[in-house]
Design a protein. Sequence first.
Length: 93
Amino acid sequence: MAKKKKTLEQKKMADLRHTFVHTDSLPVAYQTKRQDAPEPLKVAPKTASLYPTSFLIHDLRKTGLLTLAIITAQILLFLALKNHMFSISGLLY
């Protein structure tokens, strides 16, 4: 069974639908309204970022926790050396 060919109006509507998905504004030549067709719902355009941000948040959290752990270890080491809990040869506090 052969496919049904699209009419010119169906092609224009398909082109209109494709351009609406890819751009915010529609070409003026294709803005036609039929009286018997209901008005399409207006959808607010989404602001899509180029890159997903979930991995960035995850990496920043890991970096922050690692930095906090290193700073805490340095402070504990400094306090231990200052109170003479142990000593490192050649290092005087």
